[in-house]
Design a protein around this ligand. Sequence first.
Ligand code: FEO
Length: 399
Amino acid sequence: MKRPVEIAKGVYSVGCRDWDLRDFHGYSIYEGTSYNAFLILGEKNILIDTVKAKFADQLLANISEIIDPKEIDIVISNHTEMDHTGSLLRVMHKIGEEKPVYCSKMGKKNIKSHFHRDLNFQVVGTGDELKTGDRTFSFIETKMLHWPDSMFTYLKEEAILFSSDAFGQHYSGDEVYDYEIGDAIMPHAQKYYANILLHFSPKVQALLKDVAKMNLKIAMICPDHGIFWKDNIAQIIDAYDKWSKQEPAERALVIYDTMWESTAKMGRAIARGVESENVKVKMMNTRRWHRSDIITEVMNSGAVIAGSPTLNNNIFPVVSDVLTYIKGLRPQNKIAAAFGSYGWSGEAVKYLNKEFEAMKMEIIDDGIRVQYVPEKKDLDICFDLGVKIAKALKEKCQK
Ligand code: FEO
């Protein structure tokens, strides 16, 4: 659909699609993304958020199709990460640098730190309102969802929640609304949650409860990335509730890498053991899967089984990379076990267990080490570990 698009009376989506992006600061994306920004016309014309710096001209061109950018009276910055403020100074230069910028206290600090200059900041917090003619904008601070400055803006009369990164998806398509793409958007939303918000799941739980208490009527949720939630608002809120609860799931994930196939053979035997108990299992080789896809599977799995050969007295570097990434996103409620082959020193399993300990995962076995190439008896032990993991997982899920 042609942009800009009027999504409610006098409310326009004026952001930009980044069709070609495949790497968003280390998060792999397969279908581009969008940087959504919103122009709301009224007694005061208001712009909510801007876009990545390189799309500034396109944003201004989109706005110019509706009004002269100089007619913008106020900018609201829901979030200061550069994909939403990268073109802020260009916009301010165009509309008039004296115009007010509404943002949270931390938003002001961040914008000043990014650009090393002052603007006409109007600091707002939860419960504050901006009334302009027949429009009312309420602000809800959402600290650490996912930055300290993050906030939502709620346009009362249209019941639109401008939710910044929350409920977003890295997806760039022709669609504007959820009903145009249907369930196919959910994997994008899920991967987005796993990579951006999983770390902050307790805060997501608290926010969902706070917003429920506010009894907000919500006709549409407009995140800063991807499609807008209109027909399936309950679906995405329920999904956030589920993902943020991090309840154990009856699925096991084998993350591994291998030098000469020995660790891979061990992993496959463990996976067969898991399956023999009718528990779902998936194997992900760390050189075949991107870390941002692996964390999405970690989020959906109750058991994380990591395998690594020993290389230079340590964990194989790619496995280490993935575990570091997983650790940063703090998945909860996982059981864990390690395995790996080695030639002469064999430290990898010990270090894998240390990583699990650091992640507060429940290690259910000391782990299996096999020197050089596993033989049948070794693979039988691996199979038995798979059975043990599956049984432990079923027990945990039934609690
Ligand atoms: Fe889409 Fe946190 O930026």
